[in-house]
Design a protein around this ligand. Sequence first.
Ligand code: PGA
Length: 302
Amino acid sequence: MMRVTLRQLQTFEAVARLKSFSGAADEMHVTQPTVSKQIKLLHEEVGLPLLEQIGKKVFLTEAGHELYATCIDWLDSWGRFEQNIANLKGMKQGRLRISTVTTAKYFMPRILGPFCAEYPGVDIALEVLNRDRLLERLSRNEDDLYIMGVPPEGLDVESEPFMENPLVVLASTAHPMARRKNIALADLANEPFLVREHGSGTRLTVERVFHERNTPLKIRMELGSNEAIKQAVAGGLGLALLSQSTLNLDPSQKDIAILDVQGFPILRSWYVVRPKNKQASVVANVFRDFLRAHVELLEPRR
Ligand code: PGA
């Protein structure tokens, strides 16, 4: 029977994943000699080399690959065990991983202060990514909760709407349409649009909106962030369809007008999504309840 410790396995997992001793040391908040020592002890216990270092690069040997796969399974089961014990004790503490689409970054972080004040034992990690990247995390089961505007179809998830998410048409205040009332959507077909990158939920929605209404979408430019789009709109480069959430608390908003287009704003919702096959931790449920009960914290104070 080999005698290895949890710490050694955690260290090996970090080195193997990051392919770096110094990266693992940084992540684990220890020195590099400590990491090397843990790996050396593990190596002696296993009796075969686990890692090869060529220059600054770290490679896994065959035994290293075996151990890495075992470590992932084992650390995952251990994490579930710790969470189950916390659940059995009914503890409102532990780690909570949330991923949110870029467009929700205008409001999601605001709830963290009040939430952490009420539940100081909860340690939150918040990832901000576009919709496609978020769905990749979802398929790898990396987080407890996901915040998005367009829940995935065909995946085994539970999606619950928690707040309105109106989609609006934006133009520079200097644009002639900024003063017009009741603009027909067909009139927008002649206008150049600024759109988000492929993989963004906003991009998906904009393409759907134009497609469903049989209106051609004239794309002037693709920009990789809502911020860049708003600045370009304010500068008169074109129009854009964005979530109204992107206007929260933004001082440049005075250069941007919301156009009065027929059928707009398109009323949608923000959703909190969780994988059905994942047993929800107590903290994930506590956070969902908190979100539902404190939606007013997310709404902009204008
Ligand atoms: P996005 O997602 O930030 O990737 O555009 C927005 C959404 O899901 O509505």
